[in-house]
Design a protein around this ligand. Structure first.
Ligand SMILES: N[C@@H](CCC(=O)N[C@@H](CS)C(=O)NCC(=O)O)C(=O)O
Length: 326
């Protein structure tokens, strides 16, 4: 991680733990918003007007948080407007790096070797982890935002004047409910798998895995009335939030993170929901199972020899099918 702008050697892939060994994820530190007219958004400062080609999104395809920004970019038709750079899937001793792994890119802006160089370029005294996603302003050479929830929201609204879209990921009439559901789903599902995987005590693991499977049972039950999406007929942010964890579940969390009470496949409604999104609007193109598996099984603290498992074959086949159908 970075301390006062310097990369420190005592880097650990596992973020903070509390006194009981529970995994604690760091809060994001750059919170400016791109808006249609450049006015300030809900947090941070103004000056970031929506313009085609001005902003670049840095992502890791292993990362569920980065993936949801990629999905929002895709569904909102922003591929030509916000270019993307993909880092290598494995975190090494200097964090995320550029280029080398199939499907990963070199840094096109500064030839950086590691993502942390962008953080220190943005703020020479920055402290904290150099996380993805990063939304970068190429015109001013600054980091706009590194919080995926904000990025998804600004992609939903800021570019409507430039690239009008049919879909609204957080419609006005649902936004309050989306926010309260998101907080719960983040805590118990998206971050729940990490709390199980990175627990550093049996007690913390037991607590996390129980909460996780309770939450999966709850979502499974909610979808049991046949609704296609979490809130009914409309696909929203909440569905994307669920999808990014579901698509990784049997490939990474079930094995590596010890989330093995059941598989996703054993939840028919959650599985159908995952496949529905996989086959919607080109979402499959944002999914790369090789990056996901190399990234998770490359976490040395959990898998020192970094051996990547072969399966699950059925999931690979579904992803390939969805990609070729689009
Ligand atoms: N709050 C952030 C969390 C992002 C995050 O934790 N990303 C992880 C990958 S999934 C990361 O970059 N970790 C690098 C590290 O911890 O050094 C968001 O949602 O955007």
């Amino acid at each position: 991680m970075l301390i006062d702008g310097k990369w420190t050697a005592n880097w650990q892939p596992v973020q903070k733990a509390d006194e009981k060994g529970r995994f604690v994820r760091q809060d994001s530190s750059f919170r400016n918003w791109i808006t249609a007219d450049g006015s300030a958004g809900p947090t941070g400062t103004g000056g970031f007007k929506a313009e085609a080609g001005r902003y670049r999104l840095y992502v890791a395809l292993i990362c569920p948080w980065a993936s949801r920004t990629l999905i929002a970019r895709k569904l909102k038709g922003l591929e030509e407007i916000v270019p993307v750079t993909v880092v290598n899937p494995r975190l090494d001793d200097q964090g995320w790096s550029f280029g080398g792994f199939p499907g990963a890119d070199a840094d096109p802006l500064y030839g950086a070797l590691h993502l942390h160089e962008l953080y220190t370029r943005a703020d020479p005294h920055v402290s904290g982890r150099a996380t993805v996603p990063v939304l970068w302003d190429e015109k001013l050479g600054v980091m706009v935002n590194n919080e995926s929830a904000d990025i998804v929201r600004m992609f939903d609204t800021a570019f409507e004047g430039i690239a009008p879209s049919e879909i609204r990921l957080a419609p006005e009439d649902l936004v309050a409910e989306i926010d309260s559901e998101s907080a719960r789903i983040y805590r118990r599902y998206n971050n729940g798998v990490y709390k199980a995987g990175f627990a550093s005590s049996q007690e913390a693991y037991d607590e996390a895995v129980t909460e996780l499977f309770d939450e999966m049972a709850r979502i499974e039950d909610r979808l049991s009335d046949g609704r296609p999406f979490y809130f009914g007929d409309r696909m929203t942010e909440t569905d994307i939030r669920i999808f990014v964890t579901s698509i990784r579940f049997d490939a990474a969390y079930h094995g590596l993170f010890k989330c093995n009470i059941k598989r996703l496949e054993d939840h028919p409604n959650l599985q159908a929901h995952m496949l529905r999104l996989l086959n919607t609007g080109g979402i499959a193109e944002t999914v790369d199972l090789e990056h996901i598996k190399a990234g998770y099984y490359g976490i040395k603290a959990l898998n020192p020899l970094r051996i990547v498992p072969a399966g699950p074959a059925a999931l690979s086949a579904e992803i390939a099918k969805a990609k070729s159908a689009f």
